[in-house]
Ligand binder design. Sequence first.
Ligand code: ARG
Length: 410
Amino acid sequence: MSNGKVVLAYSGGLDTSVCVRYLQMLNKLDVITVTVDCGQEDDFKEIEKKSKAMGAVKHVYIDAREEFARDYVAPSIKANGLYQNKYPLATALARPLIAAKAVEIANNEGATSIAHGCTGKGNDQIRFDVTMHALNPKLKIIAPIRDMNLSRDVELKFAKEQNIPISAEAKKYSIDLNLWGRAVEGGNIEDADSEPPEEAFQFINFKNDKTGYIEIEFEEGVPVASDGRRMSLISLLQYVNNKAGEHGVGIVDHIEDRVVGIKSREVYEAPAAVTIIEAHRDLEKMVLTKHELAFKRIVDEQWSWLVYSGLWQDPLRIALDKFIDATQSRVSGKVRLRMQKGSLRVVGRKSEYSLYKSDLATYAAGSTFDQKQAKGFVELWGLQSIIANSMAANATSDKKQKGVTNDIKS
Ligand code: ARG
């Protein structure tokens, strides 16, 4: 006897595998598992087998890599998307897409409930819940791990009892990987004062101390070629990820403020994201006016905050995207970066829209900049600061003359 169908966003990992069982046992629901491929490089055949072995009535695999790159990663590149100026938002970007796909399947299958494996302590629950209800408010959301307040240790024990196979890696860390980066949580990483071990990383080569160069070409804010070769965004992300990772670039280790108020020590490995955003920001400085740059910094920060906080569906995010898009029509050109043992530095850039004019900037003879014009400008520029200072100086000398002191008792 079943209470109907539930669609579960299923990664095949510990949390979501445990969920299949709980949804069957406690909610008496027929479970349809949906695995959305955002570039996590898993064995999707194995995941399907696992789902079937646990008695899911149906399994759906969706290759969403292209959509993820085009509609989520590309806007984030244009927005220089970094939460708290550090985290490239890989997980935060994938969640609304996974949620949207799960809702689509739930609608197609006539499911009454939708489920995810998030805990009640993180941001992912917000990203899933908000997107799911924004797209179909009628679906009942079930989050077994959160609802039962389960810890990872209890889950591991339950998985063992239920003969649910768990990878050795999952026993050590909680990992989330997609085309835009990798998040490593749990285990020894939770000690904010200890350096993450090299084994926690997948793309970083710690042994290579050679210097390397990489060139990234942008068209309207989006990377289209690297090292002179045009490629699809997916291939480009993989190419840059491997090359930058080979030179140790892309580790982010910081203290992050989660939406629910918890401060957490987060470790990310995102060679492509770190390199591409560095290059994109640099190119923007060359082609946008200082006024555009100053305002866009605020927009970028707000955009990153919205996406981090699970509000991908908010009209504000969509409106900010329109502003950002309008600024990107001139963000075309090439940026060259130098990499060595984890350091990354832009060493050259060029663009047909460059506002950098060497004949204006040069200190050599032949500059077209008329220095004589600067004198009047500087006088007006500093006008109020100069007046304010002389007022302050007058006030102090007045006090001295009248013998006023600050000592009230005397
Ligand atoms: N702190 C990051 C975020 O909120 C990473 C979360 C990683 N999620 C995970 N299930 N391991 O986006």
